[in-house]
Structures are given as structure tokens and as C-alpha cells.
Write a new protein. Sequence first.
Length: 292
Amino acid sequence: MKKTRITTERLKAEGKRIACAVLASLIFALNIKTFVNAGGLFPGGFTGITLLIQKSFLKFAGLSLPYSVINYALNLFPIILGFRKIGVRFTGGSVLVILLTGILTDIIPVFPITYDVLLISIFGGLINGLAVAVTLWGGTSSGGTDFIAIYAAEKFGIDPWNYVLGFNALILLIAGALFGWDAALYSIIFQFTSTQVVNTLHRKYKKVTLFIITEHPHEVFDAIRKSTHHSATDFVGEGCFQGEQKHLIYSVVSKMEVKGMVQEIHQVDSAAFVNVIKTEYIEGRFYSLSDY
């Protein structure tokens, strides 16, 4: 029975991952063919460097290269790194996003909605942030620098996003030198807007600490594991009021997981006392990437 439940949960998770990957790919491609191309913008990450290479070949060599060919070539090493060091499921979903985005970007015709570059920068950034949030919500990513950043964080224990920011800044410097500084400066607005949307919509990487006082530690831990795939620590203590034995379950989970997990806990122990505390920083392995 337990094995069947785990299998069902895994199938649901994979179905969600695939659905989110397909939806995000369509949003990415539509955004490129409407807002990004119309404004001559350069998004962050490998999408930006792909467009930079594509436009450079067209301008200086007169060659029109497919978006997919360039993007696939750039993502080859990060994909290998992802499969070897991060996790098969997470990387597989990201590969699906990369493949579908490339194909859809090549086949969807260009249809600009507006030529106002400021509007393009703002609304293009909003849509791009939405697409990124969808991938993260599904337990995957858009690939490229995401693979490298996650691996660096796990391997070296550093915050890699400042390096990603530096990489994006380099793309914009090159783009500004080759195609004019207006496009580069508007791209900053695009990237900033996209980042704010992701921070607002996606709470997976915002962590909270849970202190749960219970008389049913095993059932509570099973609820935590079922809802979040995280582990926990059981401290045995004594209730000060009546002197009875109590268990304090300690765990760190993502903010988006809390509501459903607390409901699960109260289903197995209606008298459980749950304290949720905002967590600024943790050192150590927050989750096993092989789960993803």
C-alpha cells in the first residue's frame, strides 16, 4: 500500500513537472517572438547569449542561424553537468524546456504587439519572470546558468547568483558595444522586472524552520516526509506543566510547502503545537537533488 502511494505521488510529481515544462516553454517562445525581438532586447542567461550570437552572425556575416541550434550547443555542457551532478528528474525536465523552447522559437512567427521599448522591457520582463516561476514551481528550470549555479552552490557552498549577475552584465556590455547602448540599458529593465516577478511568485527557495511539539513523532515525521521530501530531527523532552514526555520535531522546509504540510501534521496529531520561524540562512544540504 505504501509503495503504491509513493508511486502515485511520483507519477503526479512527474506529470506536474512535464506540464509546467511545456507551458513554460510556450511562454518563453512567445515572449521571444513578441516582446524580446521587437525591442531588440537581450535577456539574461543562455537565452541572452543565444540571441547575441544569432544577431551577431546576421549583422556581421549575413547568416541567419536557427535559435535552437545555438541554444542547444550552449546548453550541452550544462546538461551533462546536470545529469551527472544534480539529478536525473530535475535535469530531464530542464532538457524538455530547452528543447521545446528552441523548437517553438524557430517555428512561431514574429508578431510584435508593440514597438514601445519601455513597454516591451516591462511587460516582456513580467512574462519572462512568469515563465521562470512556472518551471521552478514544476520542479525544474530553464537550463543554462541554472545548472551551473545549482551545482556551484551544492559543491562549493557559495552563493552563485552574484556570478550569474556578473555573467549577465558581461552579455549586456558586449551587446551594448555591438548593437547600441539603448538595447542594453532597456535589457536591464527587462531583467530586473523578471527577477522581481520570480521573487514574488516563487517561494520554493525561501525557507522556514519548524518546531513541532507532539506525542506522535513517527507519524509527524511521515507527514513531513510525505509533503516535502525533507528529513527532521526528534528531540525528546519533558512538558513543564504536567511533566509528561514530549517530542520536539525540528525541520527546515520551503515557505511554499508549509501550509499543506501543517494540514498533514494536524491530520495525524490534532493536538500538535507548530511554531513556524523565518529562516535567513542555513549551512548544509537542504534537500537531496536526486529527489528532483
